[in-house]
Write a protein that binds this ligand. Structure first.
Ligand SMILES: Nc1ncnc2c1ncn2[C@@H]1O[C@H](COP(=O)(O)OP(=O)(O)OP(=O)(O)O)[C@@H](O)[C@H]1O
Length: 266
């Protein structure tokens, strides 16, 4: 595998049994690669397999067939080269923000002082230095989500995986967090894969969008957003490219063929 590929998803299929014993074909022969330092969105309609795919990359779910490599290593279960952020941060209520981030590091058996230092750095990176000693009930929804991001980043993973990370937040907080994610990405250079059902969010934040369609869940197209170096969300949103990409992504999500257009491959 080429050195600049961070995540290699090859021929992944996943079948579940539903409550009545019927087979659900959640993913069928899904393949794509994510380059090191890239931000990739997984988007598509409800039930197209976005979360299942993210959980397979994280190692929380095993594919029925196919394979995933992260940083050149086969995924067989969760590992410290991947950090995950869920829709709700699910913090330990009796621990402070800093304590929650340290908790994520405890499995690594680092000396306590080193753990504290890594946790403090991650808390600072997400802009929570002044709230480091507050407990979750004293934090806003956006702040709790920042703790979740800090907890995932503190282990210094090769890849940050995020499942609808901002969808539980109010519109203004979501927008702020989206901007912050691009700043964190610019500072850390992390490879990021996030799940979103939000077309605007996928186009605004990702370098590339993988669109899935359901029944069975499969890749319908890959869209390069191609915004260049600017991480200013207002600038991106106001650009002609945003309107064009948003339109193209909507077509892909609805399963239409737009292979001939600029920036799209299927
Ligand atoms: N543990 C499970 N057991 C049975 N079926 C499952 C299981 N997990 C997912 N599925 C099914 O697999 C399909 C894909 O589910 P998944 O949650 O990955 O989709 P999604 O695109 O993330 O959906 P949403 O946008 O609604 O969250 C759905 O039909 C779902 O019902």
């Amino acid at each position: 595998m080429s050195g600049d590929v961070a995540v290699d998803v090859r021929g992944v299929s996943k079948r579940f049994q539903d409550d009545k014993g019927r087979e659900v074909h959640a993913l069928q022969d899904v393949s794509f690669q994510v380059r090191r330092g890239e931000i990739v969105a997984l988007t598509g309609r409800s039930g197209c397999g976005k979360t299942t795919l993210l959980r397979i990359i994280m190692g929380l779910e095993h594919p029925t067939s196919g394979a995933v490599d992260v940083d050149g290593e086969a995924v067989h279960g969760p590992g410290i080269n991947r950090g995950i952020v869920f829709q709700n941060a699910e913090l330990l209520p009796w621990r402070t923000a800093l304590g929650n981030v340290e908790f994520g590091l405890e499995a690594r058996r680092l000396p306590k002082a080193q753990r504290r230092e890594a946790a403090e750095q991650a808390i600072e990176l997400v802009g929570l230095k002044d709230a480091a000693h507050r407990r979750p009930h004293e934090l806003s929804g956006g702040m709790r989500q920042r703790v979740g991001i800090a907890r995932a980043l503190a282990i210094d993973p090769a890849v940050l995986l995020m499942d609808e990370p901002f969808s539980a937040l109010d519109a203004q907080t979501r927008e702020k967090m989206q901007g912050e994610l691009l700043e964190i990405h610019q500072r850390t250079g992390k490879t990021i894969i996030f799940v979103s059902h939000d077309i605007d969010e996928s186009v605004l934040l990702a370098d590339r969008v993988v669109t899935l369609v359901p029944d069975p869940g499969r890749v319908h197209g890959l869209l390069d957003t191609d915004f260049g170096a600017s991480i200013d969300l207002d600038e991106r949103r106001g650009s002609a490219k945003f309107a064009q990409r948003r339109h193209e992504l909507l077509q892909l999500v609805h399963g239409r063929e737009i292979a001939q257009q600029d920036g799209v491959s299927v």
